[in-house]
Design a binder for this molecule. Structure first.
Ligand code: GLA
Length: 396
C-alpha cells in the first residue's frame, strides 16, 4: 500500500469504528540505518534515512473515559488509561501508544483522557525498519496537534525512546526516532548522539538502496540487544581507567587508543567495542567519501561494517550473511545489516540504473541457498508531519 492508500484506509477505519472524523492525523516514516551500527547509545554518530513507508495515526476526542486504540491491520481494539505504567495485556502494539501518551502527559503536566485512536502502517514488521518508532512518533505528533501543544522535536524523540525503554523493554538509543522525525527527501541525515545535532548529507541522484528482507523473525526486546549495550558500557568503563583523558562513552575512544588498550579489557567487551569504535570511525570516513562523490569507497565501508557485525558484535545471522554475500556477487556498491540485527533486513546500495538487475541477481543467488527474500526499493523521504488537510487524500 502506498502512503496515500494507508492514510485513506486509516481515516475511513477511524470513522467506521468510532463514528466520527479524526480531528488530527499524522504520518511518521520508518528508517534505514545506512552506516553506524549500535553507535547511538554510545554517544556516537550515524548516517540514516527516513523511508517512504510509515505509520498513519488518527485521533479524536471522545466522551468515554480512557483511550481506545484500533490497530487496523490486526483488527484489534485496545483500551487503557494513562493513570499507571502497567503494560496493556494482550495487545503488545498498544504499549507503544500508551508509553508515548503517558510520557507526553507527564511532560505537559496535565491529565489526558477520553481519546479514540486508529493507526495503520506500511512497514513490514520485524524487518528492522523501525516500525515501532514510526508508530510512536506518529502517535506523538497526532496527540500534540489535537491538544494544540508544542514540544521540541528532540524532546519528542526522547519521550518516545522513554516509552520504548519502559513499555517495550528495549534500551535503544535515539536513532530510530531521530530518523523518523528529521528524515530528508532524497537525502541522508548525519546524527550526532552526543551533541544531538543533525545535518543533511546529499546522496548522488543515481544511487539508491534496496531493502532485502530474508524474513527472519526479529524482536529487539527478546534479542540480546540490551546485553550488547551493557558490554559496551563495560568496555567504556574499563577503557576510562586505562586512558589519560575522560571517557564517558565509547565515543571518547579513538581507533588507535582502542588498539593500544584492547588486550587489557574483558575479551567480550573488547569485541563489542571494536565494532562500535570501528563504526564511529567509518561513519566519519563515510561522510567524507560521500562529500567527494566516492561511492566505491562508501560502499566498501558498508561491507566492512557488516563484516564487523559478524566478527565483533555478533549481531548478524546466516540469512543476512547470505544476502550480503549475494549483493557483493551481484555487483552492488555495498551492503550490510541495518538496525539492531539478530534478524531483520539488509540494505544494499546500488546505482539506480542497475537496481532491478542486481535485485534479481540477489534473489536468484539467495534461492540457491533456500532463502526467498522480499526486496523493496527505498526512497529516502521527509520526516514526520501532521497532515493538516486530509481532504487532499480523497477523504471528506
Ligand atoms: C535499533 C535501535 C537503535 C540503534 C540500532 C542499532 O534500531 O532501536 O537505537 O541502536 O538498533 O544501531
Amino acid at each position: 500500500m502506498n502512503r496515500e492508500n494507508v492514510i485513506q484506509t486509516a481515516v475511513a477505519a477511524h470513522v467506521a469504528m468510532f463514528g466520527q472524523q479524526s480531528e488530527s492525523i499524522a504520518w511518521a516514516p520508518g528508517r534505514i540505518e545506512v552506516l553506524g551500527n549500535h553507535t547511538d547509545y554510545n554517544d556516537g554518530t550515524v548516517l540514516s534515512a527516513a523511508i517512504n513507508m510509515g505509520h498513519c495515526f488518527c485521533i479524536s476526542r471522545s466522551t468515554r473515559c480512557g483511550i481506545h486504540a484500533l490497530a487496523v491491520d490486526v483488527e484489534q481494539v485496545a483500551k487503557f488509561e494513562l493513570t499507571d505504567t502497567e503494560k496493556v495485556e494482550g495487545a503488545g502494539w498498544a504499549n507503544y501508544i500508551k508509553g508515548v501518551f503517558y510520557y507526553i502527559q507527564e511532560h505537559l503536566g496535565k491529565p489526558i483522557r477520553g481519546l479514540d485512536c486508529t493507526f495503520l502502517g506500511s512497514i513490514p514488521m520485524g524487518a528492522g525498519l523501525s516500525s515501532s518508532a514510526a508508530l510512536e512518533v506518529a502517535a506523538a505528533y497526532a496527540l500534540l496537534d489535537l491538544l494544540s501543544e508544542t514540544i521540541d522535536k528532540k524532546e519528542i524523540a526522547s519521550l518516545c525512546r522513554k516509552a520504548e525503554h519502559n513499555f517495550a523493554g528495549t534500551n535503544c538509543g535515539l536513532l530510530d526516532q531521530f530518523s523518523s522525525i528529521f528524515g530528508r527527501e532524497h537525502g541522508l541525515i548525519h546524527s550526532d548522539f552526543r551533541s544531538l545535532e543533525v545535518s543533511g548529507v546529499d546522496l548522488a541522484t543515481d544511487v539508491e538502496f534496496l531493502v532485502v528482507n530474508p524474513k527472519v523473525k526479529h524482536s529487539l526486546a527478546d534479542s540480546p540487544y540490551n546485553e550488547r549495550r551493557e558490554r559496551c558500557e563495560q568496555a567504556a568503563a574499563q577503557l576510562a581507567d586505562l586512558l589519560p583523558h575522560k571517557v564517558t562513552a565509547l565515543r571518547d575512544v579513538s581507533w588507535e587508543e582502542f588498539e593500544s588498550c584492547k588486550e587489557q579489557i574483558a575479551p567480550q567487551a573488547a569485541k563489542r567495542a571494536a565494532h562500535v569504535v570501528g563504526e564511529i570511525t567509518r561513519v566519519e570516513s563515510g561522510v567524507d567519501a560521500l562529500a567527494k562523490g566516492d561511492l566505491k569507497a562508501f560502499g566498501k565501508m558498508l561491507f566492512e561494517s557488516h563484516q564487523s557485525s559478524i566478527d565483533n558484535f555478533e549481531n548478524s545471522c546466516a540469512e543476512l550473511d547470505v544476502v550480503v554475500d549475494a549483493a557483493r556477487e551481484a555487483g552492488a556498491l555495498g551492503a550490510r545489516l541495518s538496525g539492531g540485527g539478530f534478524g531483520g533486513a539488509a540494505i544494499v546500495m546500488v546505482h539506480t540504473a542497475e537496481a532491478k538487475v542486481i535485485g534479481e541477481k540477489i534473489r536468484a543467488i539467495c534461492k540457491t541457498k533456500e532463502i526467498e527474500p522480499d526486496i523493496i526499493e527505498i526512497t529516502p523521504s521527509a520526516g514526520a508531519r501532521v497532515l493538516s488537510s486530509f481532504c487532499e487524500y480523497g477523504v471528506v
